[in-house]
Each structure stands twice: as C-alpha cells, then as structure tokens.
Design a protein around this ligand. Structure first.
Ligand SMILES: [Zn+2]
Length: 322
C-alpha cells in the first residue's frame, strides 16, 4: 500500500516542498522575465513582447524617375541612417537605378559594401500598366507596350503626365527598352554573387510580367475593381499567390509616409506577442529625399525595441527561414 504524503518522513517532505518551490520560481522567472524591449508578459496582455520581438523588414522602392546621381547621394545618407539604427534594408531598384549604378565602378563598390553590411539588393518594376511612369521593360510586344502607355497617359492626372513626360525626355523610362528577360539580365549584374529573389510590381503588371526568377513578392496593392489600391497594415503573413501562372510567396507591408501611417506601423508592432510574427514597412527613396521624418521615426522606434537589430532582417532572410 502506498504511504500518503503526510506519512513520509519530515526531512523528505521538506525536500519535496523545496523542489516544488524552486520549480514554481523557475516557471515564474521564465514567463515574467523582461525581454530586450523592457516589457514583461506576466499578464499575457496584447502589446507586450513576452514572446520576443517580431521580425521586421524595411523595403525601399527606387522609382524610375529618381535614377540620377544626386539621388545616389541621398541613398548613401539613407544607408548611414540604417546602419546607425541597426536596420537592414531591402533595396528594390528599378532599371534606371540599376543602369546608373552599373555604369560607375565607385557606385558598384558602394553597393557591394552595403550588401556585405547585410542589406539586400532586390527589384522593383513599373510595367506597361503602371499608373505613374513606366520603366520601359515589358513582356508585351513593343507595339502593345506603346498602346498601353498611351491608354494609361490618357487616364492619368496632369501631375502623373508631367512625370511620364519628364522621365521619357531624360531617358529614365517610358520609351520601350526591352522584355523582362532583358530586365533580369541587368539585375543579374547588379546583384553580384548573390541571387535575385524579391520583386514588387503592381498586380496589373504582375499578371503579364512576372517571371520564375522572382520567387518572393512584396506588395501592398490590392485590386478594387480594375484599380489597384494601397492596403494598410504592417503585421503581415506570407501567403501563396499566382502571378502570370507562377506560384509565388507574397507578403504585404505598411507604406510609411505620414503620421497616420507611421502610427499604424508602430501600433501593429506594439500589438505583436511572438517572435514568429512579421512587421513590414515600405517607403520610396524619393519620400526620404523630400522629408526624412517618417523613415527616421520608424528606425528610431524599431531601434528602441530591438537595439542590436537582431530581429531586423531582409525580406529574403525572413522568407528563407519559413
Ligand atoms: Zn514604384
């Protein structure tokens, strides 16, 4: 017959009490220890990171219109800011930018240094149906491309038309320059010994221009009828989508170029509860060129939560880990 707990000798009872007590303390310590952001998770409230910081990515889009030397100087400043705050950037260039960099060995050297620092070189595409300026590359025939651009131009605002004309006159886009294989050839040179993985193009262009070379898509545009619209939300989940009959892993992201958009990204970050969650933001180099408030605001916010940048990753790093 088994003895009840109170029938065992007192020294043994003391040992059991001590063991149970130590185990309880260890349990409390493991579940209530402050994490690197300084918050604790005893109550399991949303908004505290007891489960660790979420992974974050920060994509930068380089528009066809800004593929000029003066903007490369702005890019150097952006990289300095990112390195100061331990933020890894996913740099998504359009062909005008890629060609400008490839034409100058000093610029290539900068790009290789930034890759060594952990930033990712990726692609951005403005195809035949992009509402602003096109980058000149398309899977459409040259005639169909030209017809599409006339159609888009006719439906564009006067501000969009001005940019389209400026870009055409400065040789940065609009005129037909080649097909999507030509596009990939340029990026194969730009990326050096790495592999091109990440692409962003609007859904209207992705339907015709997507190639199997682009295995990851990041895109915050969703179709509303025939018009693509920006979707808000920085807490993102990778999903499988099909572009041009090719299966692709895609994530959304929060555009940050206003107080409201930055607040949304910060509040989405604060609402995370696990290191397995992903927070993604995007902006344009042009936006930073005109006003660095939101880029610096986000970098400082993330750095406050994740000072060493352990959870700041490129898009490929995040999706390669999945
Ligand atoms: Zn763009």
């Amino acid at each position: 017959m088994k003895a009840s707990f109170f029938e065992v000798p007192s020294a043994k009872r003391l040992w059991v009490f001590l063991t149970l007590g130590m185990a309880s303390l260890l349990f409390l310590f493991q579940n209530c220890a402050p994490n690197s952001s300084g918050c604790s998770d005893c109550g399991g409230d949303p908004g505290v990171h007891g489960g660790g910081n979420p992974s974050t990515f920060f994509a930068i889009h380089f528009e066809p219109r800004s593929g000029k030397a003066e903007y490369f100087e702005t890019l150097k400043e952006l990289i300095n800011d990112a390195n100061t705050y331990n933020i890894k950037l996913t740099l998504q260039f359009t062909p005008s930018w890629a060609k400008m960099i490839l034409a100058d060995s000093a610029k290539i050297a900068y790009l290789r240094k930034w890759q060594d620092q952990g930033h990712e070189v990726a692609a951005h595409h403005h195809g035949a149906y992009h509402g602003w300026e096109a980058d000149g590359y398309s899977s459409l025939s040259q005639d169909d491309y030209k017809a599409a651009r006339i159609e888009v131009h006719d439906q564009s605002s006067s501000q969009q038309q001005d940019i389209q004309e400026t870009v055409r006159n400065s040789g940065l886009g609009e005129s037909y320059m080649g097909d999507m294989n030509d596009f990939v050839e340029i990026f194969d040179q730009l990326i050096g010994d790495k592999t091109l993985k990440v692409m962003t193009m609007a859904p209207t262009d992705a339907a015709i221009d997507w190639l199997s070379d682009f295995i990851y898509s990041i895109d915050n545009l969703k179709m509303n009828g025939s018009k693509p619209e920006i979707v808000d939300g920085a807490l993102v989940t990778p999903v499988s989508v099909v572009h041009n009959k090719i299966a692709v892993t895609e994530m959304s992201m929060q555009y940050i170029n206003s107080d409201a958009q930055l607040s949304r990204a910060e509040s989405d970050y604060n609402g995370t509860t696990s290191s397995s969650q992903i927070i993604g933001v995007v902006t344009h180099l042009d936006d930073y060129y005109y006003n660095d408030t939101y880029v610096l605001g986000w970098m400082k916010f993330v750095n406050g939560k994740d000072p060493t940048g352990a959870s700041s990753k490129t898009v490929s790093e995040i999706l390669d880990e999945m």
